[in-house]
Design a protein around this ligand. Sequence first.
Ligand code: QUE
Length: 335
Amino acid sequence: MSFIRTHVANGVGEVILDRPKALNALDQSMVDDMDQILREWADDELIETVLLTSASERAFCAGGDIRAIRDFAIDGDHEAITRYFAGEYRLNQLIAEYPKPHIALIDGPAMGGGLGISVHGEIRVVTEKAMIAMPETAIGFFPDIGSTYFLPRLPSGVGMWLGLTGSRVRGSQALSVGLATHFVPSADLPSVADRIRSGAPLGDILVPDPTKHEDHPPLPVEAIGEYFADSNVTAIVGGLRGAVGDEWAAEMLDLIGNASPTSLWVTARLLELGADSLLDECLERELHAAENITMTNDFREGVRAVLVDKDRSPNFDPAEIDDVDPATVAAIIGA
Ligand code: QUE
């Protein structure tokens, strides 16, 4: 065990993410270790509660090990890609069905895979330093880790907005749409964590305090509902383009403009299908889509431009949303 540490005391099993140089991005060993520990603890009567924390001041968890996945794709190592995503999604399902309280303390960026190990759990505590996003369309991928299950269940348009634009939401904003369950000021989090570790009843520790809130503005839920309550990418972009002079709409068009057009359509379709599916069906569909999309030019290009060369100018093909062939989208999703 290297990047995952554990600590057991007072009926609380703590999983500590400790891969600071990669902002706790989940690699295969972390997925495997966490899966093994959680399965052991599920049957261990000495464990009553699971606590998930980060050892890094800079992040909760930046996502998956997407650079390694790109290398596997370039090497044609399909088995390694399947092993990674199947393992990660199995862990997501385990957390969703966990027989004991699973508490994540999110005090920094939590993106992609970082949400997969927290949002499916029963309790998600955020601070004003939490920054939650599903930014995969920018790297030629799509929101996975069971997000095609939970995004469509957020308030009107919010899931489609998060998934297409990769917009970041802060602690109180995440709380307001249900991605988080509790808000605690970052300065108070160490004492809250210690009280959880002491085995005190959760109801005594996590008491909503309406006087404690942060200063991030509320989400523009009305605009989000107006423009993103649709699963047709062309219609969404058309609506935003029609909002001439609206600064927020222009910002959203910029974000969408940075994304892979193919990823946008794949995302919209997966969220549409996910709205009527169970979590395990969503994860199964995501696994097929992940295996297929990682073989595309856009994935190699997107990860190169954002994470490898960091030039932020991917050469996506096609480059326009209206040039994406629906047959390509159907082939990636396989449904
Ligand atoms: C989309 C993503 C990821 C991302 C950026 C995106 C992702 C991911 C990372 C990441 C960030 C910092 C690291 C690292 C990985 O960034 O999944 O190892 O040090 O893991 O736009 O999906």
